[in-house]
Design a protein around this ligand. Structure first.
Ligand code: DGL
Length: 270
């Protein structure tokens, strides 16, 4: 069982790159007194097309590194890593590990009225069926339709999230889902919340788009609060690590999320 102590320790957050800053932002907003240590595995991005074994290996190396940095809890902001590496991380690490799949599934179950839920994510996330399992364990009778949308990630990183290219790709991926009478769609990838407008336009106004970031932050808050480990610091610290190309990380953080990231330290595991 994980042992928690000292509320002033940072929360660790990791992703395959900058996309997980969507979760970082939600945590910062909901828990403004918490220090956060973020790791973007930019050397190994994207995780989406990789094997589960490789993603587990990367995730464990990062998890162990963040535990050495004294994090009190680890948030796996990456959907792909949450889908394939959560159990391995929970087994290997001495701190609680929160993924984004269960919170996202919970939010979708609250949102759906008809019980027809769609899931979009990377190839690895969709083929793991992790969202399906999480949704069905919450409500067994749900009808679930999943589809991988791998091209969305580079589109977002190019900054093309609101133009004709994004709209054409959204049509290609999402039009078939339109036939399934969904009322809720889970944006099961760190980058997809940035395409909310385009995805919303394609799916139509009746479809609720669920983004795991806020629900994940809520889950972290309730976990820390239950263990009396919410920080009371008035000066939280934010630190950033990347496994490659820190300047690109900084540029994308600014362009994608309007976040000014100061220093980004390089940390490689090979
Ligand atoms: N962070 C990944 C996820 O949420 C998307 C980018 C990637 O494929 O690494 O699934």
């Amino acid at each position: 069982m994980a042992v928690l102590s000292r509320p002033g320790r940072p929360i660790g957050v990791f992703d395959s790159g900058v996309g997980g800053l969507t979760v970082f932002k939600a945590l910062k907003q909901r828990l403004p007194r918490e220090s956060l240590t973020y790791f973007g595995d930019t050397a190994n991005l994207p995780y989406g097309p990789k094997s589960a074994e490789a993603v587990r290996r990367y995730s464990l190396a990062i998890g162990r590194f963040l535990v050495k940095r004294d994090v009190k809890l680890l948030v796996v902001a990456c959907n792909t890593a949450s889908a394939v590496a959560l159990d391995a991380l929970r087994e290997a690490l001495p701190v609680p590990v929160v993924g984004v799949i269960e919170p996202g599934a919970k939010a979708a179950v609250h949102a759906t009225r008809t019980g027809s839920v769609g899931v979009i994510g990377t190839e690895a996330t969709v083929s793991s069926r992790a969202y399906e399992l999480a949704l069905k364990s919450l409500r067994p009778g749900l009808k679930i339709k999943s589809t991988a949308c791998p091209v969305f990630v580079p589109i977002v990183e190019e900054g093309w999230w609101d133009g004709g290219i994004a709209a054409a790709v959204a049509k290609k991926y999402l039009e078939p889902l339109g036939k399934d009478r969904l009322d809720t769609l889970i944006l099961g990838c760190t980058h997809y919340p940035l395409l909310k407008k385009v995805i919303g336009r394609q799916m139509g106004p009746k479809i609720e788009l669920v983004d795991s970031a806020e629900e994940t932050a809520r889950e972290v808050e309730s976990l820390l609060s239950a263990d009396q480990l919410l920080s009371t610091s008035k000066k939280p610290a934010y630190s950033f690590f990347a496994s490659d190309a820190p300047d690109r990380f900084k540029r994308l953080a600014k362009r994608l999320l309007g976040l000014t990231v100061g220093k980004v330290d390089i940390r490689r595991f090979d």
